[in-house]
Design a protein around this ligand. Structure first.
Ligand code: NAD
Length: 511
């Protein structure tokens, strides 16, 4: 890519980079080299030295030591440091957003949007640092005061996925830091350079504020490094974002040592389109939800549940819209659909298309792999639409690619049952102008997902709300609202300021 050299230089990315850091310093780690290739044009961008077990241990030891001093810094002061990180991210937004786009393959606008999310969460965390509220309760015993307070946990391990290579780290780390924790980040092995860039961006803030070494660590590597975090009793909380099999493995491993985990896993998100839906807004929302980030968002729209009476119309309008999609270099602003992350993802897309055919599905818009110089990386696919049945195995499974399933319904109960009838429970939406349909969808008998929207699509969430999903999506919540509580331990305190010792529940004990 033209101009990438200047961007890499500004972000401090070299041909070979230290992949293990404890914040202000890094060292030549003992693991094998991990190379990063851009799915945009197939070029090698750079490499990182992965963590060996010894490097990993050194990082976690440094982090554990740093926790002892970091936790004693008042939360609003920690918030001030996070505020400064937000200022740095503003300064490097263009460069980091471009690298996210080039290394991961999402559009430049989405790359910049991802950095904006990081900036927003810094602002949110700064405010939060003065609002880590506990409750005060009335004690049943005279001259007693009872309250709860929140203390930091310790080392928070962050395992992140390739599709939001930097934002997920900030959702976790900025909140974890103001809560008084230290962080050890295991970024996706598919996007190792964006992680190193983040560390470079915040490095001066760490130095200028004399933040203890180890508050912000990175341990680069693959699945094995993630497994070390999951197994490690020194890691109080493992926040893991990625596929359901990964979450199952991390969840089980952490549970075996009775640790805490926060799981943000795959989705199988649906939009219900009712007869009263305003198709003027529904169609663009569906198309963006299904093809944005080439269908590689956890909240991408995968299933469309459409009422019989408007099924043909919706189908035809979608086919027309898909006919106008431009596939190509995501850094070009005229392009709608960029590449998948790698050729393996293309093979999974092709395999899914084959399974759809075998199950009896018919394609409204055919799948394909475009050819030509601009697609030479071999990572591009054509977004497709298939008429299917919800219960088919392939439809029940999250394929991380731009495949949209069309499903019919005839009454409102059936639509909600279809929407809920998948193992995942992340995001959902309904397009309707009928108040009853909308309220029913949002009620306890409606969508069973962590996110349920009316007249906006499934993808794209604001940082102010708690983000996450139910069932096989893992149940975790991060980012806004009171998601910070997952990063702290609650302590209930009772203070007796009287001269007697009354026991609770009126129990008498005389000696
Ligand atoms: P992935 O599961 O292949 O990898 C995610 C991370 O987990 C990587 O860092 C990887 O090295 C690590 N990992 C893999 N197996 C592990 C194990 N057994 N133990 C410890 N660590 C392990 O996922 P991916 O392909 O990078 O990302 C796509 C998936 O992530 C999709 O399923 C998507 O829906 C999901 N995702 C979910 C959310 C959410 O918030 N719910 C957000 C983004 C992505």
């Amino acid at each position: 890519m033209k101009g990438i050299g200047v961007i890499l230089e500004k972000l401090g990315i070299e041909d070979v980079n230290h992949g293990v850091t404890t914040g202000q310093s890094s060292w030549e780690s003992g693991g094998a080299l991990l190379e990063s290739f851009s799915p945009v044009d197939g070029r090698k961008i750079g490499a990182v030295m992965q963590a060996s077990r010894g490097d990993y241990d050194r990082a976690v030891e440094t982090a554990s030591l740093a926790f002892k001093s970091w936790r004693s810094i008042p939360a609003p002061k920690r918030g001030e440091i996070v505020r400064q990180m937000g200022m740095k991210l503003r300064e490097y937004k263009q460069e980091l957003g471009t690298l996210v786009s080039y290394e991961m393959g999402k559009s430049l606008q989405e790359g910049l949007g991802e950095v904006q999310e990081m900036i927003d969460i810094c602002d949110f965390a700064t405010g939060l640092s003065r609002q880590l509220y506990g409750l005060t309760m009335h004690s049943e015993r005279p001259q007693h005061r009872m309250y709860e307070q929140w203390h930091p946990l310790g080392v928070v391990g962050i395992i992140s996925a390739f599709n939001f290579p930097v934002a997920v780290w900030s959702w976790n780390s900025m909140i974890a830091w103001v809560c008084g924790n230290v962080c050890v980040w295991k970024p996706s092995e598919k996007t190792p350079l964006t992680a190193i860039a983040c560390q470079h961006i915040i490095q001066d803030v760490l130095k200028d504020n004399s933040v203890p070494e180890g508050v912000s660590c990175i341990v680069s590597g693959g699945r094995d490094v993630g497994e070390w975090l999951a197994q490690d009793p020194r890691v109080a909380l493992v926040s893991a974002t990625g596929s359901i099999p990964m979450g199952r493995s991390v969840g089980e491993t952490v549970a075996r040592r009775l640790g805490k985990s926060l799981l943000e896993l795959g989705g199988n998100n649906a939009i219900i389109v009712t007869p009263t839906a305003d198709l003027k807004i529904a169609i663009p929302a569906i198309v963006f939800g299904a093809v944005g980030t080439a269908g590689q968002r956890c909240t991408s729209t995968r299933r469309l549940i459409v009422h019989d009476s408007i099924f043909e119309e919706v189908k035809n309008r979608l086919a027309k819209a898909y006919g106008q999609l431009k596939i190509g270099n995501p850094l070009d602003p005229g392009i709608h659909v960029g590449p998948l992350i790698d050729r393996q993802a293309v093979a999974q897309y092709q395999n899914a298309a084959e399974q759809i055919k075998q199950a009896g599905g018919s394609f409204v818009v055919a799948p394909g792999v475009p050819e030509g110089d601009q697609y030479a990386s071999g990572c591009y696919v054509t977004p497709c639409i298939a008429e299917v049945e919800n219960h088919w195995a392939i439809v029940q499974h999250e394929t991380f690619a731009p495949i949209l399933y069309l499903i019919r319904y005839s009454d409102a109960d059936e639509a909600i049952a279809l929407q809920n009838d998948v193992p995942q429970g992340l995001s959902s939406a309904i397009f309707t102008n009928d108040l009853r349909d909308a309220e029913r969808f949002l009620s306890f008998g409606g969508s069973d997902c962590g996110i349920a929207n009316v007249n906006i699509g499934t993808s794209g969430a604001e940082i102010g709300g708690a983000f996450g999903g139910e069932k096989e999506t893992g149940g975790g919540r991060e980012s806004g609202s009171d998601a910070w509580k997952a990063y702290m331990r609650r302590q209930t305190n009772t203070i007796n300021y009287g001269t007697a010792l009354p026991l609770a529940q009126g129990i008498k004990f005389e000696i």
